[in-house]
Design a protein around this ligand. Structure first.
Ligand code: BDR
Ligand code: CA
Length: 321
C-alpha cells in the first residue's frame, strides 16, 4: 500500500512536537514538507524549534518558513503554556536540518501540484499559511484530500470563554479555510479534552529510559502545570495531560479511533465577547450544507497506546543512531 502524502503546518510548541513524533514514527504516511506558522511563539522560534526537534529525532524533511503574523490581528503567543522557548526547559542540540530556501506557501504549492495523489494537510496552529495558500493558489483545492486541523471548539474555549487558541489567534484565516470548499476535519477541544494522558501513563514514558523519553516526560510535566480546566469536568484539572495537536495527526493515521459528525461551522471574526469562536450549527438551524467534519469522541486507550508506541519507537531510533 502506498503511503499517504502529507504536509504538516505547525507551531512547535510542546504538543506540536508530540504530533511530529507520531508523524515521523508512522509507516502509514509520507511527510513531504513541514511548514511553520506563528502561534504558540514567533515564526523565528517555531521554525527553529521545528528544525531542532526534527533534526534530533532523525527526520529528513524540508522545513519551510511561513508567515509572520495573522492576517489582520496582532500575533498573540502562548509562552505561558509552552515556555519562552516553546519547549518548556528542554534543550535540544543545534539543528542540522536547514531552513528551506522556498517560502512556505510556495513550497506547499509545489509539493501539492507535484504529487500524483491528493495531499493531506495536517495543521496544528493558526491557519494563516493554509489560508494564504488557498487564496493565492485556488488550483490546489482539488488536489487536497483534506485539512485535518487542530483548532476550534463547539463548546467552551481555552483562550477566551468560547474561543480555542488556534482559532482565536487568526480567526480570519480559519474562516477562509473553513469556507474554501476543501474537506475539513476539526479536532477541536471537544475531542482533544477527551484524548488525555494520565500521570501514571506519563510515568510509563519516563520508565522507557531513553534520552528522548526523558525529554518528553520533562515537556509533558511542564505542560501539566498549566493544564486547562475541562468544562464541566473539574475533577480532571491538573491530573491529566492533553496533547491537542496529536488528535489532528492521529485522525489521519488511525481515523477508526475517532467519532464525529458533519456540521456547518463558521468563525466569529469580531464579536464583543466571542471573537475567534467556531460556531457549530449543532441544531442544523442554518439550513446550510455542512462544511466541516467535527470530531467529538475518541477511543482514549487506543489513542494513548499509539502515542506510547511512537515515543518508544522514536526513542529507540535516536538511541541506536
Ligand atoms: C492549541 O493551542 C496551542 O497552544 C497548542 O499547540 C494547540 O495547537 C490548543 O488550543
Ligand atoms: Ca499547535
Amino acid at each position: 500500500m502506498s503511503k499517504m502524502p502529507v504536509i504538516i503546518d505547525t507551531d512547535p510548541g510542546i504538543d506540536d512536537a508530540m504530533m511530529l513524533t507520531l508523524a515521523f514514527a508512522s509507516e502509514a504516511i509520507d511527510v513531504r514538507l513541514v511548514t511553520t506558522c506563528s502561534g504558540n511563539i514567533s515564526q523565528d522560534k517555531t521554525n527553529y524549534n521545528a528544525r531542532t526537534f526534527l533534526s534530533y529525532i532523525g527526520a529528513d524533511v524540508e522545513i519551510a518558513r511561513g508567515l509572520e503574523h495573522p492576517i489582520f490581528r496582532e500575533l498573540e503567543v502562548a509562552e505561558d503554556v509552552h515556555g519562552e522557548s516553546g519547549f518548556a526547559n528542554v534543550v535540544f542540540p543545534e539543528p542540522t536540518l536547514p531552513v528551506s530556501e522556498r517560502p512556505a506557501i510556495f513550497a506547499m504549492l509545489k509539493t501539492i501540484m507535484a504529487s500524483e495523489e491528493k495531499v493531506t494537510i495536517v495543521a496544528t496552529g493558526p491557519l494563516t499559511n493554509v489560508a494564504a495558500l488557498l487564496l493565492a493558489h485556488p488550483e490546489v483545492k482539488p488536489k487536497i484530500k483534506c485539512v485535518s486541523w487542530m483548532g476550534g471548539a463547539a463548546v467552551g474555549g481555552n483562550m477566551s470563554p468560547t474561543a480555542e487558541f488556534n482559532a482565536y489567534v487568526d480567526p480570519h484565516a480559519a474562516e477562509i479555510v473553513l469556507r474554501s470548499g476543501v474537506p475539513i476535519v476539526m479536532s477541536g477541544l471537544d475531542v482533544t479534552h477527551k484524548a488525555y494522558v494520565t500521570l501514571e501513563e506519563a510515568h510509563l514514558i519516563l520508565d522507557m529510559g531513553t534520552d528522548f523519553s526523558d525529554k518528553v516526560y520533562q515537556m509533558l510535566t511542564f505542560y501539566l502545570n498549566v493544564a486547562e480546566q475541562t468544562p464541566f469536568n473539574e475533577d480532571h484539572f491538573a491530573e491529566v495531560l492533553r496533547f491537542h495537536d496529536l488528535c489532528a495527526m492521529m485522525y489521519v493515521i488511525k481515523p477508526e479511533l475517532f467519532m464525529g459528525q458533519d456540521y456547518y461551522v463558521q468563525v466569529e471574526l469580531e464579536g464583543r465577547l466571542t471573537a475567534g469562536t467556531t460556531v457549530v450549527d449543532y441544531a442544523r438551524r442554518s439550513g446550510k450544507t455542512p462544511n466541516v467534519h467535527v470530531l467529538h469522541g475518541v477511543d482514549r486507550e487506543g489513542f494513548v497506546s499509539e502515542f506510547m508506541n511512537a515515543i518508544e519507537f522514536v526513542g529507540e531510533r535516536i538511541r541506536v543512531n
